[in-house]
Design a binder for this molecule. Structure first.
Ligand code: AMP
Length: 408
């Protein structure tokens, strides 16, 4: 087995736990303020046929382990395996904290939180708001607390960045008692937007106070209106279903369709959940794939239509968000599709030409950081996101503040 040695450096374990997989990375402190990824990987097939894979920072494989047929270790045993592997392989690196990506912080969590039994109980209360994700986030925290009780854990929320949006961005036009119960827009992908808010002033200092629309286009997709690095509005709402079409989710859909499906076709909540989370979006429209690469490489008319529908809604929402914050000084593309698809960026930009967006085709093909022409009224950027780094930063900061508080 390969061994990676770093002389006595503190590191953070970043965990993104899903229903059947757990993505992880180890990010070490590098100097006073820097952070350096060391390894990343995932445990997939949890509950069926688990597989542990890890790669170094240059994406070279370090580990690929499957368990023999009939052996099916649970989440806790798999986390044990991960921690043992880290201790064995990353000699010289000391894990000082674990940071979790947590999808929902509700109205309560507006910032990363040190994980305590009380915090885990509070997160249990948020499960109805994110039933497909939150239970797995909490299960990973509980398992880690059991097998490594001395390791501080921090919950980092995808909703937190949007917590202070204006009232009108957060509120559905429904009776106020429902709003008071928490039926409101929360927004997601906040760790990605926060990272972009941090990077953009480094890339374009003149935009530090600008009106910026960030398009986080991955297998999940949303857009965020940012002013001065703060979230003003976003396309995802109460759940991660709202907004633009995604790999397998439709984005915004007339709620009357759901009533029709229930009343006329006998759909129940589980059927709707399956339709809206797993069968719609690029997959549903193309009938082929949820992966933008497959659609771009396909000659099927339905594949081209799916790409076109996606770009139509991204451009429409970008314009809506510009109106929401009262201006557009820059456009940023990020995440898997946003960072890699020349076609999607170019189609979206064409549809926003009337707002003063003009791409430089060569810069767009070359994935330059700035892909607009010099004359473009609205500069356009491609900025790779790094949610793991954001989580590591929050985690190490939160643990340091907690330690300082204890010492005071
Ligand atoms: P993410 O969820 O941010 O990891 O993004 C994953 C998605 O990015 C994949 O499902 C693909 O649809 C898309 N993607 C990745 N690479 C490319 C590429 N070169 N061209 C188009 N789409 C891509």
């Amino acid at each position: 087995m390969a061994s990676l040695s770093h002389s006595g450096q503190d590191a953070c374990l970043v965990i993104n736990a899903g229903s059947s997989s757990l993505k992880f990375s180890v990010i070490r402190k590098d100097g006073a303020t820097g952070l350096e990824p060391v390894v990343s990987g995932q445990i997939s097939g949890i509950g069926t046929a688990p597989r542990f894979e890890a790669k170094d920072a240059a994406r070279h494989p370090l580990a690929d382990h499957r368990w023999p047929d009939g052996e099916n270790p649970g989440r806790s045993a798999l986390l044990h395996h991960l921690l043992d592997w880290i201790a064995e392989t990353l000699t010289g690196v000391t894990l000082v904290a674990a940071g979790h990506r947590v999808v929902h912080g509700g109205t309560r969590f507006s910032a990363p939180a040190l994980v305590t039994p009380a915090v885990m109980d509070a997160l249990e209360g948020l499960i109805p708001l994110a039933p497909l994700h939150e239970p797995h986030n909490i299960a990973a925290m509980r398992a880690l607390a059991e097998i490594y009780p001395g390791l501080p854990q921090v919950a980092c929320f995808d909703t937190a960045f949007h917590h202070d949006q204006p009232w009108q961005s957060q509120t559905f036009a429904i009776p106020r008692d429902l709003t008071a119960e928490g039926v409101r827009r929360y927004g997601f992908h906040g760790l990605s937007y926060e990272y972009i808010a941090h990077r953009l002033p480094q890339v374009a200092p003149e935009l530090a106070d600008g009106h910026v629309v960030v398009c986080h286009l991955g297998s999940g997709a949303s857009l965020c209106a940012m002013r001065g690095g703060r979230s003003i509005d976003t396309t995802m709402g109460f759940t991660a279903l709202d907004g633009v079409p995604m790999g397998t989710r439709p984005g915004a859909i007339d709620p009357g369709v759901l009533i029709y499906l229930m009343r006329e076709k006998g759909y129940g909540a589980d059927d709707l959940e399956k339709l809206l989370y797993h069968k719609s979006g690029l997959l549903g429209v193309s009938g082929l794939s949820n992966d933008m690469r497959d659609l771009e490489n396909s000659d099927a008319p339905a594949a081209a239509e799916a790409v076109e529908l996606f770009c139509h809604h991204v451009a429409k929402q970008a314009a809506a968000l510009a109106a929401s914050m009262g201006g557009l000084d820059a456009l940023v593309f990020t995440a898997g599709v946003g960072e890699n698809s020349t076609l999607v960026r170019s189609r979206v930009a064409e549809k926003l030409a009337w707002l003063g967006v003009a791409l430089d085709p060569a810069a767009n093909r070359a994935k330059a950081t700035r892909i607009s022409t010099q004359e473009s009224r609205v500069p356009v950027f491609v900025i790779p996101t790094d949610e793991e780094r954001m989580i590591a930063r929050h985690t190490l900061d939160t643990v340091a503040v907690a330690a300082a508080d204890r010492a005071a």
